[in-house]
Design a protein around this ligand. Structure first.
Ligand code: HEM
Ligand SMILES: *[C@@H]1O[C@H](CO)[C@@H](O)[C@H](O)[C@H]1NC(C)=O
Length: 328
């Protein structure tokens, strides 16, 4: 009799277990196809919109990939990046690290399509994640299984952006430790840099490798080309002087980036360091030689980054307009 009494609480927990598990999926935990009941066409709508936008403005797909990086590194993938300056809070988009970011207005196009089918159901944070996933495919990258169920932040973290997003000339040790802190290992970090296989870099970022002297780790012919693209050592940051990140396949997410690094044609100082640092160079060589391997590692690492510290439950909300927190 006494024994049964002592087991009572244990039986009780066993009875509750299924209920507890169900609650945990309601209050949080990312899962595949989170919207299957609440908005069954959510992922399809996002893919349609991302595809339409890509046809009109190819570089939107590029922006969605950079958005994921900048949103997820800072605190969590919570769409804090999308908040505009309002109510006295400065937008993360105003950080020096966000230099060159573009196409934010088209996030609104995707959100509107979702709102008209399922109002206040799909988070802006999941739009950030899924638009990046679909952008990757349009740019010839791999298919990535990505969980959903993220909530949107109720604040912006502009003061923390510089601590979490590395600068273009930071040391590899700092870069590796920053990625490690969000769960991305060295191999994954090297793969994520492959995003610099698409898009552009403005002259303001590059001139310190060109003037007054050319950085000796830069291929001399390539440096000549870059100097023609960026003739002034002190360009106006508002001028649209830039160069493609990858001259050969500028709109394809492929391993050309790593081949370029091996030829000393990395654009940013951090890019070029990947090829010279003994911790990262073996991965650069492997990725340069094998596009499928690059894609595999890129998928894995992007999924990890997308799951960094998700906001769930009522710590977050589903914004009505991705640019502003909800006000009632
Ligand atoms: C140490 C890490 C990194 C640094 C310092 C860095 C820095 C930069 C800089 C300075 C630009 C050029 C911006 C401009 O002039 O317009 C850029 C572009 C870009 N970055 Fe990164 N980045 C890093 C990692 C990543 C990662 C991990 C991703 C995504 C997985 C990413 C995605 C992109 C994309 C897609 C562009 C092109 C944007 C466009 O054309 O609009 N970057 N990055
Ligand atoms: C890194 O670049 C910034 C500009 O983005 C510049 O102010 C700084 O002096 C550079 N640091 C080094 C060590 O070159």
């Amino acid at each position: 009799m006494a024994n049964i009494h002592r087991l009572g609480p244990i039986f009780f927990i066993f009875l509750l277990l299924p209920l507890l598990l169900q609650i945990s999926s309601v209050i949080g935990d990312l899962q595949l196809d989170y919207y299957k009941d609440s908005c069954p066409r959510a992922e399809e709508i996002i893919k349609e919109q991302v595809t339409e936008l890509y046809k009109k403005h190819g570089n939107t797909a590029v922006s969605w990939i950079r958005n994921l990086f900048h949103d997820c590194m800072v605190q969590s993938c919570d769409a804090s990046l999308l908040l505009e300056t309002k109510y006295g809070v400065l937008s993360e988009q105003r950080s020096v690290r966000s230099f060159g970011m573009r196409n934010f207005k088209y996030v609104g196009t995707i959100k509107e399509a979702l709102e008209s089918e399922c109002p206040l159901t799909v988070s802006c944070a999941d739009i950030v994640a899924l638009s990046a996933r679909d952008g990757v495919v349009l740019l010839g990258g791999p298919e990535i299984a990505m969980k959903t169920g993220r909530k949107d932040s109720k604040e912006s973290y502009v003061a923390e952006v510089e601590a979490f997003i590395p600068n273009h000339n930071d040391t590899m040790s700092l870069v590796l430790s920053q990625f490690q802190s969000v769960g991305v290992d060295t191999e994954g970090t090297v793969a994520l840099f492959g995003a610099h296989s698409v898009g552009r870099t403005h002259c303001t970022i590059l001139v310190n490798r060109l003037y007054p002297e050319v950085d000796p780790t830069l291929d001399p012919d390539y440096a000549e080309y870059l100097k023609r693209r960026c003739p002034s050592p002190d360009p106006d940051p508002k001028a649209v002087e830039y160069t493609r990140n990858d001259l050969e396949t500028p709109m394809v997410l492929d391993n050309m980036y790593y081949k370029n690094l091996l030829r000393h044609k990395g654009l940013l100082s951090v890019d070029q360091q990947l090829a010279s640092d003994p911790r990262t160079s073996p991965f650069v060589e492997k990725m340069a030689a094998d596009n499928d391997y690059f894609h595999e590692q890129f998928s894995r690492a992007l999924a990890v980054l997308s799951e960094n510290n998700p906001v769930t439950g009522d710590k977050g909300e589903i914004r009505k307009d991705c640019r502003y927190v909800n006000r009632d």
